[in-house]
Write a protein of this length. Structure first.
Lengths: 258, 258, 258, 258
């Protein structure tokens, strides 16, 4: 059993007729439904305006193995305190799957440390995602490539650190390319950025997209966690016998400056 | 000519007698003096309580090729706004050298995206830094290793992403090891973390430490910059001729959600 | 069930009294016995002088999920043809665990592409292996560090590419350090280099060493494989409709130069 | 002054009329001419059938800062001994630029350790190379992208290790994508793989291709070298005082097994 929380902004379908027509109950409900096709997944949804904590209570996150994140028009409305809470859980070992416009979310930028910039165009053009790593758990069941008939384009340069693994590269009808699937190991957590998902197209109903997300959840679940807290090692617990030499700031075993 | 700004917290020498006896005018002045041995370097200093901007004006940063950062007891007093300003300049191409306890500074954590945790002990023990990469620009002129007779220990696990290059590993008298020199490419900027530098020992007077810092400045200077701002690509400027298909959110050329 | 083949050189215990006294039936038998403690592992052994193929038939390798490799005095006697066979299987997805002096084996050098050089000293000194990555599958059940009371020293610089993951760093009594546990993704295969294992000490009887090897086998097993053969894509199978333009060397669908 | 050796197979233009019409004196002469536009470059050419050593004498390589490599139909005719010689020089610090079909050369496969497989099609289609890293030395002077009107297609998956830096990604008219510019640090040497260059098109006359090659040469030149030879550290030269404990194989200072 893998405990998944699907987080969605949940705003655009309330204000935009196009989005409402495709995702009347929000994108998160459709993403969740796709994941629930796997009987081993227990899926919870949460969204920005759900409550004071954007639906992401300490308790829910503590019980989440993998979190998926979709946001677009309201990145700035996500509270820093909740971002810090999610960040802490990723470093502890919670998997994180960041979707499409989530490239500019606070949580992704915080984990990457870079601009996460790209170029973009909304023309409903065709995208073809090529598999760069056919033996990777995330690409199992996917053919050499798959296509999305209508999508928003994202183009290079993508302002991220060198990825740990390159999973997909996209070809766009209008002539661009993009690193559409990238993995990052950060702390104990595994992070997967996956490009598809613009809200004016029915992309999260696509069978290939759903399969990639199911694979990615299995990959992102970490079996082990570890807490890092910058501990002092008292002198009498040094592996080799030593004694204090010279002057210092700290008493043995104190907390340090954090 | 390389324009360097040496930033120091500049507090501990005002409150602690041990620190004052070694660095009466602050550590930044000693670090700056070591760098000034290279006639090609133009060195400016700045410190936390210098002014409202911690001495780091937009103008100074715009003219800084490489910034060095030492802080310890007052990481929390550095304003988020100034951290964001430094971060932006690193992504634009300013080099950054983070020293010792700077592993827990806001700017280093922001660039790494991880906890930056480690273990530590202040016993004045011996450290030996081994060169992992003898052909790297940063290690030129350094023998197989160099020693620091009295230092604070930092031990593994070090909570950082996999480094782009491994430069030094430390051996400690008390039995620990640590990745003491690591490089990271982030945006257009080059980042070097260098471990030595506890404020109760005269480490920044050491000839090897000074040489590593001079080498690191030359390495970290970037000749090229590039601004990434998530630009829209209007449909009529797509490399391949396309027309708008289906529905969308954006007008051609608009700013997007940021 | 994981199918493991433990390969050993199997020579030194026949000519050297010290080695014979510790590993009378060869090191591979002891390594195999340690792995057999896991009921899910099916372990086969093979050695250099077993037959014309060093015990590594096509059939055995085809049925091997993970291969462990220990060699030292006879790297040069391993046939290039068998090295190529093992290499091919690693790229197809067989896991490979390279032990100690195997850093200079033909197969490890072939996979790394670098010198794999290091410094060394045989003084029977103490080694302490620190865990750099406490949440990694390979370090589960291992404390912050473990010690080997008597060992041969390996020191930096270690002539390998930047590792995909840093698992262990060693501290040596004589003052050196070494990257003792490194992972590499090559083709479909996972490669783990693990330093301990000099033949004049009973290192493969050590409980921590045995645990790391058991963990590493589970980590190195790949669930998916993929064959890469530089296929031609005939023009009429291009994802976008195109026709031949200009001159060329090849007929549609031909084999190319290999 | 940078000393460059341009190596070419030099065969196809002798047997194929199309190739002869574009590169009557071999591709290496055209590549060399492009590089000679930089007055700081001293360019030498060498080719497969030049002499017993394929034109690559010990002396020439010892005086080469950067070597460029183009081969296609005769990879198998390059002697292993010469490949080993080039490989040794790369690890010592000679830069290497591998061009187009050189992805399957012995030297590139030896440095990568992987299959270097890809998919391909020769239809004379258009290629557009996107810059992924606009602040990298190799991309200076190149716009967001550049196009090659007629080329052979190379597609993903490309069987190489994760690159140290991603420089270009190609978009092809027929629908594929490819990682067309990748950097690798191997030993002291810098390696750049650059995709363009099929012999039936005048690609090495292209201004953008010539500029990338000039930039790449400057980037690939290493200022520092270091020789790694797996040296023994005699016990009395250990950084910390130790004495021999227990049994061993080696005498102090001996050569080890190589």
């Amino acid at each position: 059993m893998i405990n998944i929380t699907v987080w969605g902004e949940g705003r655009h379908e309330k204000t935009n007729e196009v989005v409402k027509s495709i995702y009347p109950d929000g994108m998160h409900t459709v993403i969740a439904k796709g994941l629930e096709e796997d009987a081993d997944f227990k899926v919870t949804t949460a969204f920005l305006d759900q409550d004071d904590e954007h639906g992401l209570s300490e308790e829910l996150l503590a019980n989440t193995d993998v979190l998926t994140w979709w946001g677009h028009c309201a990145h700035g409305d996500v509270k820093d305190e909740i971002v810090a809470r999610v960040h802490k859980r990723v470093l502890e070992g919670m998997g994180l799957i960041v979707l499409h416009s989530g490239h500019y979310s606070k949580i992704f930028k915080k984990l990457m440390g870079t601009s996460c910039s790209l170029t973009w165009r909304e023309a409903g053009e065709k995208e073809r995602l090529w598999v760069c790593n056919p033996a990777h758990p995330i690409t199992q069941g996917i053919d050499k490539y798959f296509e999305i008939p209508h999508t928003e384009m994202y183009g290079e340069p993508f302002g991220v650190p060198a990825a740990d693994e390159q999973i997909f590269i996209s070809w766009f009808e209008g002539g661009e390319v993009f690193r559409s699937g990238l993995t990052y190991y950060r702390g104990n957590g595994k992070v997967f950025y996956f490009r598809p998902g613009h809200e004016t197209y029915p992309i999260y109903f696509d069978e290939n997209v759903k399969l990639v997300l199911k694979n990615a959840v299995k990959w992102a679940k970490s079996d082990y966690t570890w807490n890092d807290a910058c501990p002092n090692v008292p002198i009498d617990q040094a592996p080799e016998p030593i004694t204090r030499q010279g002057e210092g700031l700290h008493l043995d075993g104190d907390d340090g400056f954090k």
